[in-house]
Design a protein around this ligand. Structure first.
Ligand code: NAD
Length: 452
């Protein structure tokens, strides 16, 4: 049996060795989920609410242990990991509150009336990435359970540890056996087997656009429901009337946080030519002072996820002009100093493709129209920021940017109470917010004849 080796990116030491699940393991997990479905869907909503609150409580009780595991496995600063695990608990609470509000409508029609029911789909496959492991699991698992589905979760093979802990926690919280099944394996074997399994009604996927396309194509063979949260190349647009100090201070967290391994990372900085010099001067100390180091301490950024990923990032930026560079430790660990690049053309790879590292590209522009054209000039459309003091302009531009999420004078992209998802090749379907349960339900209309 082949093994998956889980590495701690800050030390390059082995954290765990896990047998890699096969297609047969996926099949047996799907069968468990299938058997658990009828009882879970029929369970009185108030009971499902209670279990989901229990899950939230137990996540909070185990917050320190889960945060340390996440920090060590991803290499993210422990402070960020604590925030993420705390948010996971809140996501379960939020969707616990949705269970009893998830209902259809009644429509008067000729001869009688019709009622609609929001039916659970059955067994749902959840496939998640390595950058925000447990947080992204919660975005899928909590609404899927709330809507009455059972789940097979395949976490990213680089960072499966918190998902494996969660499987124990949900049982302790009273979730019936088989409702959540965590299977750790590679994307090509376990992930693909889940996508192609005929008893899986839906795949909720977060990951790269390349894999998203493969999943969508395979799922289409069975008209399987799919939601896709994919890559991004989001822009911060800094207009000439912006608060330059605030915009520059916001850059590091917008791109370097989580070592730039964030689908919403603002990996393009579009800056009005009139304020370019001022902006670069204001930005420089923020990049140089960004604290990169041991994630178990109070730092801003840890290492990249793996040696392979660091090589990929290095290859991307080879030959590019570096405008500002920060610092990073040397020695063991997949360290990489954050940097701001000056591309030659808007068509350069570093401007067009998702690098997924702490690297952003400065692109000057001279008008609002040009800024919008540049902002919309990639295959992606996930997130972005607009920095201006003119409120009408901010809203006008926000309407014109092709992306699922935008923030004005801020870098905030994700709130669990608001919809999140992409335009264009950043994916389709929305997670989070009150409508997320709809992505885990099918609506049934029942007509009732009442005339004599
Ligand atoms: P990835 O696409 O390589 O892998 C994601 C998951 O899919 C993993 O669990 C992997 O094992 C599995 N997988 C890989 N190949 C598969 C296949 N052929 N069939 C089925 N499953 C397969 O992505 P990653 O490197 O883990 O994560 C980084 C990517 O995720 C970036 O592109 C990033 O932008 C994206 N992402 C998007 C969002 C979002 O919400 N839009 C959030 C986080 C990350």
């Amino acid at each position: 049996m082949s093994k998956l080796t889980v590495i701690e990116p800050a030390t390059e030491k082995i954290l765990a060795e896990i047998p890699a699940a096969t297609a047969a393991d996926i099949h047996s997990a799907v069968q468990k989920a299938k058997r658990a479905f009828p009882a879970w869907r029929k369970m009185p909503p108030a009971e499902r609410v209670r279990i989901m609150h229990n899950i939230a409580n137990l996540i909070e009780k185990n917050l320190e242990q889960l945060a340390w595991l996440e920090s060590r496995n991803v290499g993210k600063p422990i402070g960020n990991a604590r925030w993420e695990i705390g948010t996971v608990a809140q996501v379960f609470r939020y969707y616990a509150g949705a269970v009893e509000r998830h209902m259809g409508t009644t429509v008067p029609v000729a001869g009688g009336f019709a009622m609609t029911f929001l039916e659970p789909l059955g067994v749902v496959g959840l496939i998640t990435p390595w950058n925000f492991p447990l947080l992204i699991v919660s975005w899928k698992l909590a609404p899927a359970l709330a809507a009455g589905n059972t789940c097979v979760l395949k976490p990213a093979e680089l960072t499966p540890l918190t998902a494996m802990e969660l499987e124990k926690i949900v049982l302790e919280a009273g979730l019936p056996e088989g409702v959540l099944n965590v299977v750790v394996g590679t994307g090509l074997e376990a992930g693909r087997a889940l996508v192609e399994h005929p008893d899986v009604a839906k795949i909720a996927f977060t990951g790269s656009t390349v894999v998203g396309k493969d999943i969508a194509a395979r799922a289409a063979q069975q008209i399987k429901r799919v939601t896709l949260e994919l890559g991004g190349k989001s822009a911060s647009i800094i207009m000439d009337d912006a608060d330059i100090a605030a915009a520059a201070a916001g850059v590091p967290s917008s791109i370097f946080e989580n070592s730039g391994q964030d689908c919403c990372a603002r990996s393009r900085l579009l800056v009005h030519k009139n304020v370019l010099d001022d902006f670069m001067n204001a930005l420089e100390p923020h990049v140089k002072n960004y604290r990169v180091g041991d994630p178990s301490t109070d730092v801003d950024m840890g290492p990249l996820i793996s040696a392979q990923h660091r090589t990929r990032v290095e290859n991307f930026i080879e030959g590019a002009k570096v405008s500002i560079i920060g610092s990073a430790p040397t020695g063991a660990g997949y360290w990489f100093a954050p940097r701001v690049l000056e591309p030659e053309y808007a068509s350069d790879r570093i401007v067009q493709e998702e690098i997924f590292g702490p690297v952003t590209a400065i692109i000057p522009f001279s008008s609002e129209a040009e800024a919008l054209e540049l902002a919309n000039g990639t295959i992606y459309g996930l997130s972005g920021s607009i920095w201006t003091r003119d409120n009408a302009r901010a809203l006008r531009m926000a309407r014109a940017v092709d992306s699922g999420v935008l923030s004005i004078n801020s870098n905030s992209s994700v709130r669990y109470t608001t919809p999140f998802g992409g335009f264009k090749q950043s994916g389709y379907g929305r997670e989070l917010g009150s409508k997320a349960l709809e992505a885990y339900s099918d609506e049934k209309t029942v007509y009732v004849r009442t005339d004599e």
